[in-house]
Design a protein around this ligand. Structure first.
Ligand code: PEP
Length: 260
């Protein structure tokens, strides 16, 4: 069985102008020697307005990182003011799209059903969803975190056949992001991350089979920095990180990728 190559994905959220975004990609490219890309996949996930500029830079300079988006419409086109669709993102070379992030579940009232439609829209257009699941502090303290995240995973993958996530093209990335650790500086312990990621992998094995589960990457997200990423990705079922705050500093993010 080939080992899973770690993925470090930088979720810029609603930060930086597109000019600052270009600068960040340049800084990252200058700070991370090319040899590291043999060991780690690196993705940047800018706001929609920056994607064309970032794509031009990555393609034009043959940078080894890839880019993606932070959201996708469940629909291909139509009267959905303000939304951006799978065909639009695919045309801009997006390899990944974040789906089910807790900020969208909370501030945009995204339900498990909508998350499922977005996962399917991404796969339909050849984009790998980075599917986020995670529990709030209340659920964690009541001991319900494993039941919560595995239920989110099952709901998000309804009507997604194995063939759609195991081929040559897009696949699936799952990210365990405990809400109490996002942007709080409070990182889950490596053991907590491992427990959750292992439970998610076991659920993938139930939904599909052990081989599919063994091949898919499961990330941890929540206050990951260059100083703590090492011990987290050392856990057997943690295959990388989804990084918010620390992805906005080119030198720090490069260091984080190098450590991973
Ligand atoms: C995130 O929201 O995906 C995230 C992990 O944020 P941060 O790294 O800032 O906690």
């Amino acid at each position: 069985v080939e080992p899973r190559k770690p993925l470090i994905a930088g979720n810029w959220k609603m930060n930086l102008t597109h000019l600052e975004g270009i600068h960040l990609v340049q800084k990252l490219a200058m700070s991370l020697p090319e040899k590291y890309y043999a060991k780690v996949d690196v993705a940047v996930l800018p706001p929609f307005t920056h994607i064309r500029s970032v794509q031009t830079l990555i393609d034009g300079d043959e940078l080894l990182m890839v880019h993606g988006a932070q959201d996708i419409s469940p629909y291909d086109s139509g009267a959905y003011t303000g939304d951006v669709s799978g065909p639009m993102l695919a045309k801009l070379g997006c390899k990944y799209v974040v789906v089910g992030h807790s900020e969208r579940r909370e501030y945009h009232h995204e339900t498990d059903e909508l998350v499922n439609l977005k996962v399917r829209a991404a796969l339909k257009h050849g984009i790998t969803p980075i599917l986020c699941v995670g529990e709030g502090l209340d659920v964690r303290e009541a001991g319900g975190h494993i039941a919560h995240i595995t239920a989110q995973l099952r709901a998000a993958l309804a009507k997604v056949p194995a063939a759609q996530i195991t081929g040559e093209g897009p696949t699936l990335v799952v990210a365990y992001e405990p809400i109490w650790a996002i942007g709080t500086g409070k990182v889950a312990s490596p053991a907590d991350a491992q427990e959750a990621c292992a439970a998610l992998r076991a659920t993938l094995a139930e939904l599909y089979d052990a081989d599919v589960a063994r091949r898919l990457r499961i990330l941890y997200g929540g206050s990951v920095k260059s100083s703590n990423v090492g011990e987290i990705v050392a856990e057997p079922d943690v295959d990388g990180a989804l990084v918010g705050g620390a992805s906005l500093d080119g030198a720090e993010f490069a260091k984080l990728c190098a450590v991973a």
